[in-house]
Design a binder for this molecule. Sequence first.
Ligand SMILES: [Zn+2]
Ligand SMILES: [Zn+2]
Length: 378
Amino acid sequence: MSKFNVNKGPWTHRFAIWVFATVFGVLIMWALGFILKDIGNLTGPSYEDVQAQFIDADLLEQSTELRQEIENIEREQTDLREQQTVLRDSTSESQRTMNQLLDFQRLNLQQDVTPSEAEQQALAESQQLFLSNQTRYQALNQQIADLDGSLRELREQQRTNQAELDEKRPVVNEEYERLVDRNNLKIASIKLGVLLPLIIAAVVLYLKFRSSTYSPMVYAFDLAVAYRVVDVMHQYFPSVVFKYILIGTCILVVARILFVLLQMVANPQMDWLLKQYRDAYERFLCPVCDYPIRRGPRKFLFWTRRTVHKMALPADTTEDADGSYTCPMCSTRLYEECPSCHKTRHSLLPACQHCGDVKVVEAPQSAESSSNLTPEKQ
Ligand SMILES: [Zn+2]
Ligand SMILES: [Zn+2]
């Protein structure tokens, strides 16, 4: 069991791999997004068409005509009112002039002075203007009143027309909603149809290559596809259905992760187990039960995982001639004679430190056997 991946590369390279894998995933996500968006832009049903199916064309035309006529009259009225405002200004101006002239004349009469020809003329003109303005103002009022009359009539017609339309509106809306739903379903199925081969590809890639050299690419692709699938389902599936699909998927994923984690503890992968063994040997503790390995210069010492590297060893460190060693606590063989060079080697590590002979380190059968008894029988 010496399948260590020796070609990991420098950390910059590994970092670059993760950066590019992320970029790769994001680009695929974008590309899929563009395709799906274009599919989503397919034209849906038109409300006007549905309306034309259920409502008499004359009725619709009448509605449009009435609306236009009413708008026209309202615009005309606004025009007339503006004219009135201008006229009102002019009238009040001429009235003021007239009053001033009258005051002037009265003053002249009191002093027995006859008004000149020009003064008489001016007064007459301003009176004339005032009166004609009044007349025009009245005429405008009359026009506005007339328009009010026809407006009332048109509004009455519009009310009748609207009532008839309102009667048929629910049928139209219902049919329109049905068509929109059908169109959405069509778009959703086209989108899922486009995604389906990708989903299959994602699953196949995952099953085949998840632990290969190319796994970052596979993960990036799979995550991008998964994101788009969830997105489409979220958009088009009724939220009730989507809610259950989402929570169901989440439960499955979490359960799977938990299962794998538990399985790793119960039936550890060799890599994982070797790390645990290496760690324990480095601290001179039994890899199985953590009992100190008291051999060589450490025979009479006491240490724990925390203090092992802080303590000083006895000065006379004579070469260890203990040979094989078994944990007195759990009876696991920890050091043994190498069958190749006949020197002492670690029992739970793959290679002999003297001659490099490699053997298969076997994992204990289950958690129970590894924590209670010997992990491997020799
Ligand atoms: Zn032990
Ligand atoms: Zn050896």
